[in-house]
Design a protein around this ligand. Structure first.
Ligand SMILES: CC(=O)N[C@H]1[C@@H](OP(=O)(O)OP(=O)(O)OC[C@H]2O[C@@H](n3ccc(=O)[nH]c3=O)[C@H](O)[C@@H]2O)O[C@H](CO)[C@@H](O)[C@@H]1O
Ligand SMILES: C=C(OP(=O)(O)O)C(=O)O
Length: 420
């Protein structure tokens, strides 16, 4: 397994180009299953979850082909199978996003239950409940969700008990080809939902209300896509901004969208950063040690759980004491014991981490446990006094495109140690 070796202490300076958003690209690529024509997606990030998506769609018989560095053509005009295997689903939970499209277009889907993961149990009951309300017949057989439907799904009114991002996306995609109107109440409002709605509408779907908590989807008989460009990655952007803040550097993120990062930018300003923005760029300058900031994660537009670990790393070296409360996932503090090994003063009380910033973290050998935990350990390594080795970085490779190349270009001393 590859690892990163980081020698901390270099302030980050320069420009970094942000890639397309993983969490928008995944549902958007899956939406090709709804289209009777090939679709070319641009601004697709090159990372392991996208490779897994390509394997998954290819397993169904769809044709996937990179037509340029970041453009991927998917032709799912006809497919041979509707089964998403455990081997792929266990490496990427977002594989569940094929359930809605396969069922809506082909009347049949078999998708392995994803199971729990490092950050929480992450059930998919809301996905299943919504599809059942649309008339699907769904059983769990030998660890697989087996869903069938005769003819088109039926429009329904669906109230989501909990705000779920992929749950909303799965149901939106299913509803796009259903017979009648579907209303999704208590829908997720994340920017990635808006991006998926825009993509579906570009294929001929009628999705209204994206970005609000009520979506109204009028089903159509068929969808035909041509091209769609994925939104920039707001979490990758936030990760580079925090890395710049902790190292007291000055970094401009290009090809990004400041409007998708309100909660994160406001917390960085509270920490003492000077933030300047343009239509598609954000610059952060930090000239002193950050001030500790209180964080509470919640669904959009509140502070995103996918930025929590990075802010815990910042609070670890900040001036003062702050609390970080995680309200989305029940076990998303696996980075805390690793940061403690680097000298961080953090205690955990239930779903809250209480950090008292130290002036200097020490390098250590630490282990990445999930995607954003890995990012927080890299950030900590960038300011630690000595060498840090971050093991198991396959987690970070799931969701960041060439993170070490981008950090090196900003002046960081980070190298990949290849598994022998
Ligand atoms: C690929 C993708 O976009 N992943 C993102 C997505 O994950 P994902 O869509 O899996 O997360 P959800 O929004 O569904 O999860 C929110 C909460 O709802 C619960 N829940 C969810 C579905 C369900 O059927 N039943 C249920 O109880 C979950 O356990 C969790 O406690 O949103 C999360 C929350 O912003 C982000 O951290 C992930 O990066
Ligand atoms: C938790 C994340 O991803 P996933 O839902 O794919 O596990 C993430 O992007 O931080």
């Amino acid at each position: 397994m590859d690892a990163f070796k980081i020698i901390g202490g270099q302030p980050l300076h320069g420009e970094v180009t942000i890639s397309g958003a993983k969490n928008a690209a995944l549902p958007i690529l899956m939406s090709a299953l709804l289209s009777e024509t090939p679709v070319t997606f641009s601004n697709v990030p090159k990372l392991n979850d996208i490779e897994t998506t390509i394997k998954l769609l290819s397993q169904f018989g769809a044709k996937c082909q990179w037509v340029s560095e970041s453009s991927l053509m998917i032709d799912a005009s006809s497919i041979d199978h509707c089964r998403a295997s455990y081997e792929l689903v266990k490496t990427m939970r977002a594989s569940i996003l094929v359930l809605g499209p396969l069922l809506a277009r082909f009347g049949h889907a078999e998708v392995s239950l994803p199971g729990g993961c490092a950050i929480g149990a992450r059930p998919v009951n809301l996905h299943i409940h919504g599809l059942k309300l649309m008339g699907a017949d769904i059983d769990v057989e030998n660890g697989y969700i087996v869903a069938r439907n005769n003819g088109r799904l039926k429009g329904a009114t669906i109230f989501m008990d909990t705000v779920s991002v992929t749950g909303t996306e799965n149901l939106m995609m299913a509803a796009a080809l259903a017979d009648g109107v579907t209303i999704i109440e208590n829908a997720a409002r994340e920017p990635e939902i808006v991006d998926l709605a825009n993509c579906l509408n570009s294929m001929g779907a009628i999705v209204l209300g994206a970005g609000s908590d009520t979506l109204t989807i009028t089903g159509v008989e068929k969808l035909q896509g041509e091209s769609y460009s994925v939104m920039p990655d707001r979490i990758e952007t936030g990760t580079f901004l925090v890395a710049a803040a902790v190292t007291q550097g000055k970094v401009r993120c290009l090809n990004t969208d400041p409007k998708a990062l309100d909660a994160v930018l406001s917390k960085l300003q509270e920490a003492g950063a000077v933030i300047t923005t343009g239509d598609d760029w954000i610059e952060l300058e930090m000239t002193s040690r950050p001030k500790a900031v209180n964080i509470r994660t919640a669904p959009h537009p509140a502070f995103p759980t996918d930025m929590q670990a990075q802010f815990v790393a910042m609070n670890a070296i900040a001036q003062g004491t702050a609390t970080t409360t995680e309200t989305i996932f029940e076990n998303r503090f696996m980075h805390v014991p690793e940061l403690q090994r680097m000298g961080a003063k953090i205690s955990l009380e239930g779903n809250t981490a209480i950090s008292t910033g130290v002036e200097q973290l020490n390098g250590a050998q630490v282990m990445a446990t999930d995607l954003r935990a890995s990012a927080s350990l890299v950030i900590a390594g960038l300011v630690a006094s000595t060498e840090t080795q971050v093991d198991r970085i396959y987690h970070i490779d799931r969701g960041y495109q060439k993170i070490e190349d981008k950090l090196q270009a900003l002046g960081a001393n980070i190298t990949r140690i290849k598994a022998s």
